[in-house]
Design a protein around this ligand. Sequence first.
Ligand code: UT7
Length: 323
Amino acid sequence: MRRSVALGCGAYLPERRMTNDDIARIVDTDDQWIVERTGIRERRIAAVGERTSDLATRAAEAALAAAGIGASDLDLIVLATATPDDTFPATATKVQAALGMRRGAAFDVQAVCSGFVYALAVADSMLRCGQAATALVIGAETFSRILDWTDRSTCVLFGDGAGALVLGVGEGQGDKRDRGVLSSHLHSDGRYHDLLYVDGGPSSGAAVGHLRMAGRDVFKHAVTNLSAVVEEALTANGLVLDEVDWLVPHQANRRILDSTARKIGIPAEKVIVTVDRHANTSAASIPLALAAGVADGRIQRGHLLLLEAMGGGFTWGANLLRW
Ligand code: UT7
């Protein structure tokens, strides 16, 4: 059975660190509230003029180097972002040009914080059905650009960054022992638009506005939906939670990570956590966490990874991936 196998991953974070104390100089908040309610201690902020495609390109270069291949070997780029450089063309095509990739296809996927899970599902489908043999899947965001820096309930939560994963094609037996993407499970429910959105945008006739969120409502849905999709992914593959080596979740809030882990019954030591250093980087948070786990040696070849995310839309989903 044709499988999409991970060849290497990489990450890029902007240089500028913004601590909770830095934010407390802008809005009425403090380090204690932010740490207790979210687990966030600092986030990175893109420099003036540094765009989503710049972060994505740096992460892509690191992933290609880890995979030991060049951009000319790629057939496909799928880039997940809710903060594209421009309304069009796709930020993926800017990354394609910056990498020097002159063939194949490049496009964006928009599923906000679930973007990487969606993009990985799309790339995996294209690889398995033979439309591409090598793919670059990127999650990249500059959420600092769409935050309302006068709203303390949202501006403390997000950061900028990018992560990337190179996939190739391998052969498996078609069962849970195979290396590669075992399955993806995607969901959305558009009725919840108003709980998390950015106002404005091309067809509304208004310039792109700011992120608006009903945090407490999103929190409740997140724990319920994430627990359900984890169960769905395990059941679909005849797996039990004990067989999962690492949960690599979207990093929205430490309390969401802990509540979801408790609800599904995975020990905290098996959860990769970066929210303290990166805050919520939307579509970039999973590949950033993946790259952190690989870089520090926790994630090893053959390990079973469970990726899960929930975001605006609502969208949510999971991928099972044997590294
Ligand atoms: O990526 C996927 C999408 N996003 C998420 O998954 C985020 C989901 N939601 C959350 O993470 C949490 O709901 C938040 C971190 C956003 C908020 O935590 P909470 O425990 O739900 O707090 P709350 O919104 O219920 O606010 C509690 C209090 C309020 O004051 P009162 O009304 O109790 O007097 C807020 O005004 O905390 C106040 N507050 C703050 N205080 C200091 C809100 N933001 C801040 C702040 N600093 N930054």
